[in-house]
Design a protein around this ligand. Structure first.
Ligand SMILES: Nc1nc2c(ncn2[C@@H]2O[C@H](COP(=O)(O)OP(=O)(O)OP(=O)(O)O)[C@@H](O)[C@H]2O)c(=O)[nH]1
Ligand SMILES: [Mg+2]
Length: 639
């Protein structure tokens, strides 16, 4: 009996098994010259029963083959659709931990090799973080020593002020007038424990004194409200006594000022700091993604320019784009820098800055360098950078014991405690690791890098292609954007065609103020941002995952006795001041907002995180990644 093939596109296997239609005859069954003729033709003298049985078996085999063909076709089409990259945007206010997630998620977990290569380059960032902390302490010490000196040597009888009691409302211009260092002149000075805080905005000229009545502290400010763990307000504080040792430490650690400046320059031409006044203070709730005077940036996705005063988009694979029009107006000259931490502008390349500091770049042998590099003067520049990097490391190592002495000094610790300067809670705090870090052969480890602080400015794109497992060939694009107010105008162009947003709300910041605008509580800012993200129509199909981050710091703060209800009036009197109750309350708040403001119903996915805990974060991120991928495939009708 003639066997036929089922369709012109049928698989190799089924074409030999044949079909029932007589529309085309399989030559393997009819042509004696066909190599499969002898193998496939019906056995001679086949009975009717045998023939029926054979045909039944063949029909079954054909069915199985058709199913396999169908699966292969679906898989092929899935592969094709999967090629559409999964796009994820990391959002949150500045210092929310967005870059930390990016580092843990992709680089540390999925691009281990590239991550390892970058390790050494982070050394400079960590050294800079360390230097800044030491210099901040030295600045406060200088101020306090000058203050102590001023109190003990009255210039005229009328100037005499009791060293233990300062009038609560006394303008601090006379005090801050002596500071003269950009590091601390922005910091409000507490006149006496528990009194209102006085900020000298007139920079020592006795003008623009602002009183902060709100019980809101900032990581950059000295002030916190009176809490049960604070000293009794009615008791005058004993004066601090500084001696020769402190003078000597100041002197010996003096070179760290220059080291800080050098590191800022080396890490990128854009090593400037945001001015709180210019960084988006005028942004309103109605324009959550806008900054001062920024228009909505145009363009979308990777590589497109995101300008309009919001910094520029940078595709990290080297195809950096410009679009930095207006950027300069948001930065202040060094002489007017505020107390914020260091950052590198992405228009000059955050990663590029690290790249330049890589050891293979710095230490490349002369023979490995191209003649082009030699001719273009790059070689000389690299040699200089290598020299400077070595010098920095040597100075840091030479200062190690003095830094440890400063940090271990009881008077200094008391001084910091009185100023409510909780340095340990700040990003990029490495003083407890000084013995390990300030050594000539220091190599940062994973944990150092996720704890390092390097501000993101603009938008950075990270691209990954999975090379094994079920996600073979799947491309992921992750965008890490700067969270400072003036940078939020760069966000909306990335909302288009986005699969997911990981939104970070740093919940330990309930008692802190925005660095950009000291009138705004950081938790409130996070809630407003979350509301705006939920309500955004462009994002109605985008999966939102919320990370209630910095739970480790929240726990420490609550345990230290800082009362959550002092800052969040809606948190009931009777509620416990512990991490479990507070996080439950906050989760509910964020959930309600998502429900109330999302244009259409959406799932609420929230995780309590401490993203510096890399192991725990890896587990959370694996779940998040799976969820995002599932939604991506569902969106492409693949599951
Ligand atoms: N202790 C602790 N520190 C954290 C946590 N998350 C982030 N940090 C630290 O906070 C600092 C700021 O984190 P980043 O990831 O740089 O913040 P960001 O949101 O990218 O900030 P911008 O780049 O300014 O938008 C870094 O030094 C981090 O190590 C956390 O959960 N716990
Ligand atoms: Mg960042």
């Amino acid at each position: 009996m003639a066997r036929t093939i089922t369709s012109p596109t049928t698989s190799f296997t089924s074409s030999f098994l044949g079909g029932t239609s007589a529309s085309s005859v399989n030559p393997a069954l009819t042509d004696p010259n066909d190599p499969f003729y002898a193998f496939l033709r019906p056995p001679p003298g086949e009975t009717l029963e045998e023939r029926n049985e054979r045909e039944r078996r063949e029909a079954e085999a054909r069915k199985v083959n058709d199913e396999i063909d169908e699966m292969l076709r679906a898989e092929k089409s899935a592969m094709k659709k999967r090629k559409k990259p999964v796009k994820v945007l990391l959002l949150g206010q500045s210092e929310s931990g967005a870059s930390c997630v990016k580092l843990s998620f992709f680089q540390m977990t999925y691009a281990r090799k590239a991550w390892k290569e970058e390790h050494s380059a982070w050394r400079s960032v960590i050294q800079l973080n360390l230097c800044r902390t030491v210099n901040l302490i030295l600045d406060v010490l200088t101020e306090e020593m000058a203050f102590e000196g001023a109190l003990s040597i009255p210039s005229s009888p009328g100037d005499l002020v009791s060293s233990t009691t300062i009038p609560a409302a006394a303008p601090s211009s006379s005090i801050t007038g002596k500071l003269g260092t950009p590091e601390i002149e922005e910091l409000p000075r507490e006149a006496t424990a528990g009194t209102s805080v006085v900020v000298d905005k007139g920079k020592g000229k006795g003008k623009g004194v602002e009183r902060l009545a709100s019980p809101v502290a900032s990581p950059h400010s000295y002030s916190t409200p009176r809490t049960p763990h604070s000293p009794d307000a009615s008791q005058p504080l004993a004066p601090l006594h500084f001696d020769e040792k402190h003078k000597l430490l100041k002197l010996k650690l003096g070179p760290l000022k220059r080291v800080q400046r050098d590191l800022e320059v080396r890490l990128g031409a854009g090593a400037e700091e945001l001015s709180p006044a210019l960084a988006g203070a005028a942004m309103t709730e109605a324009a959550p993604f806008g900054g001062v005077g920024e228009g909505m940036a145009s363009g979308s996705g990777s590589g497109s320019a995101v300008g309009a005063g919001a910094g520029s988009a940078v595709a990290e694979r080297g195809n950096a784009t410009s679009g930095a029009a207006g950027v300069s107006s948001f930065f202040v000259p060094p002489s007017r820098r505020g107390p914020q931490e260091f950052y590198v502008r992405s228009s000059t390349g955050w990663k590029a800055a690290l790249d330049r500091l890589r050891p293979q770049t710095l230490g490349a042998s002369a023979s490995a360098r191209t003649s082009f590099e030699r001719a273009s003067g790059k070689e000389a520049a690299r040699d200089r950078e290598a020299r400077e990097a070595k010098e920095t490391t040597e100075i840091m190592a030479a200062c190690r014991e003095d830094i440890a002495a400063l940090w271990g000094d009881e008077t200094v610790r008391t001084m910091l405690a009185r100023k409510r300067l909780r340095l340990e809670e700040r990003g990029g705090f490495f003083l407890n690791d000084i013995d390990r870090i300030a050594v000539p052969d220091y190599e940062p480890d994973d944990s150092d890098i996720v704890r390092a602080r390097l501000r993101t400015l603009g938008v950075q794109e990270y691209r990954f292609v999975f090379e094994k497992g079920l996600e073979l060939g799947q491309e992921w694009l992750m965008y890490d954007v700067g969270g400072a107010r003036s940078l939020r105008a760069a966000w909306p162009p990335y909302f288009d065609d986005l699969n997911a947003i990981i939104f970070l709300a740093p919940i330990s910041c309930f008692d802190e103020k925005l660095a950009e605008d000291r009138r705004v509580n950081r938790l409130e800012d996070s809630l407003l941002l979350w509301k705006a993200v939920c309500a955004n129509k462009l994002l109605k199909h985008t999966q939102l995952t919320l990370f209630l981050n910095k739970c480790d710091l929240l726990e420490k703060k609550l345990e230290a006795g800082v009362l959550f209800r002092n800052y969040v009036p809606s948190y009931g009197e009777g509620k416990k001041n512990d991490v479990e109750t507070v996080t439950k309350y906050l989760k509910q708040k964020f959930r309600e907002m998502s429900k109330q403001y999302s244009p259409q119903p959406r799932g609420f996915y929230a995780h309590l995180t401490s993203v510096v805990d890399t192991k725990a974060t890896a587990v959370t991120l694996a779940t998040v990644r799976e969820g995002i991928l599932r939604e991506h495939l569902r969106g492409a009708d693949l599951i």
